[in-house]
Write a protein that binds this ligand. Structure first.
Ligand SMILES: Nc1ncnc2c1ncn2[C@@H]1O[C@H](COP(=O)(O)OP(=O)(O)OP(=O)(O)O)[C@@H](O)[C@H]1O
Ligand SMILES: [Mg+2]
Length: 411
């Protein structure tokens, strides 16, 4: 098995660390290892306990190294959490060449200009994603290099995060023995695995329904038009069930997975959940409808927050390719139908659509959606979106290293 050019996609989630290892053969991602381990060091997608997080990353890495039979040294790392901010920005420059031909260096300068937005001092930019270039007032240009003009503008989408959250995650990755090839806002990577070009073109919303967070990335005309991380996830449903049924969190989690549904109307009045099946010390019998109502109340809150974001992006009820769910919460019974009804959009659970070889069946699981996406990110990366590492001590110049790292995969 080829051991060189191995890429590690590392997703550090609230409840689990997921790692995918692969390489690219003739433009196809070949997955040779996929592992995950529980993580208890995060709260709502952000590092809360460095030691616990390092130990979860190390455990998953050990597994991946055993499977691949090699030592793994660098990873493309996903970042999420409610500290993430996203906003539109613009950049303008004068084209440098006397003959007016636009070069790659002009494009890099105009993207740099788009970075100059006022972020609070404790935040920094993670991505500058160009949506549209404008040359001498004429817009709708996707690839300006080689065209001629005097003035080059870019309309971009900027994603940033809190410096301390980025630093803490980086620290955990370093302490687990990995270098960072790039830091990527997780839903952008997940979208690479789950969304087709066509869906992104006509308009789609990725919803990663995780444990502590629900992350969103909306696309239209092939580009990101909005991104957000909501500080509520599927774990909150477990908490609500524990409170509502007066059970332990462990019992509530089992009941959520086995018995809960978001489809209140489909539950018969006489259906009951026998808590004794989950906890020998508990002999309550609970109407299944009551359980469904608990789920529905929390989902309604999350759907309202999603609707608010869509409204902010002027896309409420307007993304024809609808919602693609992933994350552990996407397995919740009745979720898709509830989303269709409440958000009035088509909805489905996502599954990797790209041609992938190796452990294809294993990675068709929301546990691996982000880590596979991070691998694909490495494959499809262009220099137009990159990590700003200015505030990250000890990391060195990731930008340069990242560019060199990706060069080996680019055609
Ligand atoms: N079959 C199922 N039905 C309902 N919920 C499920 C099911 N399987 C997993 N979950 C829930 O999915 C959540 C875990 O999802 P996931 O692994 O995507 O989270 P994470 O990546 O650790 O968290 P985050 O992305 O918020 O940082 C847990 O709350 C778990 O209870
Ligand atoms: Mg997650």
């Amino acid at each position: 098995m080829p051991k060189d050019n191995l890429i590690v996609g590392l997703d550090v989630g609230t409840t689990k660390v997921s790692i995918c290892v692969g390489n690219f053969q003739e433009g196809i991602a070949n997955i040779i290892a996929a592992c995950h381990k529980p993580n208890s060091g995060m709260r709502k997608g952000t590092v809360a306990d460095i030691e616990e997080t390092v130990s979860a990353i190390s455990a998953a890495l050990d597994d991946a190294e055993r499977t691949t039979g090699t030592s793994l040294s660098r990873a493309v790392v996903g970042i999420s959490g409610s500290h993430i901010v996203s906003t539109d920005s613009k950049g303008v420059i004068a084209v440098s060449r006397a003959d007016g031909e636009i070069t790659q260096s002009d494009v890099e300068r105009v993207l740099e200009a788009a970075r100059a937005i006022a972020l609070p001092t404790n935040q920094e930019i993670i991505h500058v994603i160009p949506k549209n270039y404008i040359i001498d007032g004429q817009g709708g240009i996707k690839e300006p290099v080689g065209m001629s003009g005097i003035r080059l503008e870019v309309e971009a989408h900027v994603i940033g995060g809190t410096t301390s959250a980025i630093k803490n995650l980086s620290k955990c990755v370093f302490q687990a023995g990995l270098e960072i090839a790039d830091i990527v806002f997780s839903p952008l990577a997940t979208s690479k695995a789950l969304l087709s070009k066509k869906q992104k073109e006509i308009g789609v919303l990725l919803v990663d329904f995780g444990a502590g967070t629900t992350s969103l990335a909306a696309y239209e005309e092939g580009e990101v038009i909005g991104a957000a991380v909501l500080p509520v996830g599927c774990m909150h449903i477990t908490n609500d069930i524990a409170i509502g049924l007066r059970t332990s969190l462990e019992t509530a989690e089992k009941i959520k997975i086995k018995e809960a549904t978001a489809a209140v109307n489909k539950v018969g009045e006489k259906e009951v959940v026998n808590l004794n099946d989950y906890d020998p010390a508990d002999d309550q019998k609970i109407p299944k409808k009551y359980l469904a109502q608990i789920v529905e109340a929390r989902l309604d809150e999350i759907f309202n927050m999603i609707r608010e974001k869509l409204r902010l992006w002027n896309k409420e009820g307007m993304l024809p390719a609808g919602i693609v769910f992933t994350g552990g919460g996407s397995k919740l019974n009745g979720l898709v139908d509830a989303a269709k009804e409440k958000l009035r959009l088509p909805a489905q659970v996502g599954s990797p659509f790209l041609e992938i070889s190796g452990m294809v069946d294993k990675i068709d699981n929301p546990i691996y959606a982000t880590s596979v996406g991070l691998l694909l990110w490495a494959m499809q990366q262009k220099t137009t979106s990159f990590t700003n590492t200015a505030g990250l001590k000890n990391i060195g110049n990731i930008l340069d290293r990242t560019k060199n790292f990706f060069k080996q995969f680019l055609p």
